[in-house]
Design a protein around this ligand. Sequence first.
Ligand code: KG4
Ligand code: ZN
Length: 338
Amino acid sequence: MRILAIESSCDESAAAVLDEARGLLAHELHSQIELHRAYGGVVPELASRDHVRKLLPLVRRALERAPTAPGELSGVAYTAGPGLIGALLTGAALARSLAYAWGRPAVAVHHLEGHLLAPLLEPNPPPFPHLALLVSGGHTQLIEVSAIGRYRILGDTRDDAAGEAFDKTAKLLGLPYPGGPELARLARAGVGGEFHFPRPMLDQPGLEFSFSGLKTAVLHALRGRDLTEQLKADVARAVEEAIVDTLAAKAMRALEVTGLDTLVVSGGVSANQRLRARLAEAVGRLGGRVYYPRIEFCTDNAAMIAVAGLARLKAGERSGLAIEARAQWPLESLAAVN
Ligand code: KG4
Ligand code: ZN
């Protein structure tokens, strides 16, 4: 089986071709970061309009590079949610129409299932069952993954997501959008000692997160201070430490509760090197193992949508003729695949 996949849930337009036997044949991506930078965040209407411009050329290029003729495809997968509704609609309409024109089935894919399954693209994929820490701009979740499609959410954020906490504090430090990678880069020059930000909910039982207090703490720390490069780096380091500490502590607690020893970390924040080092050390001490997608597949991409789409297509799943797009879509409502 071979599948074309399209992703357009937020600010990345992407297309990929995945073959069951030969693996990933092509993946093309256009990031809209430059388009939204002037506004300090994603502007939904601009995102939708740019997807309309970029998606079809990306699809064409992916098919050329694979190389694959439409007749060789077994189906077309697309991100149907959750995400920005206008952005989702552009990819869904294109994917559904191509599938219809080519006489092939379409498969509606859950964006977060894509993130969860992205490590399956690597040569040494994680075994099931495992625990997943999904950390992106919109989500911070600990999920027990028994099999493809069998997800149980053990912990979630009560307010800001981990990526959002990075982005919002980075904004306070005057860093460009998206702030996560910029803050991480700045943190490397930071010196520890002066700043210590709260590790919310660490002293409470359970697996919930809360990151909204962090930006207030940073705002207080910066008040009346001269924003030198060194001060910004010191604050960035302390922010990163607080977020990484919290994520690692709760992930370890979840491994303990479930008795699992395999951890999968995915979503944009899983690109963070400090988080990776901390988790490798902690899970290693347990005798377990941590798995990640390759760095370019940590953030949004179509390759991960192809993995989820192919698994569902192989299991006989077919979407109807409707163009499906859902701003909200509970992960736990998905059907199990095996
Ligand atoms: O998964 P993703 O591309 O989009 C969503 O579905 O949200 O995640 C984007 C998020 C942003 O908040 C970005 O700042 C964060 O991931 N991020 C990072 C790093 N790289 C991306 N946060 C911390 N350190 C990084 N190296
Ligand atoms: Zn994402």
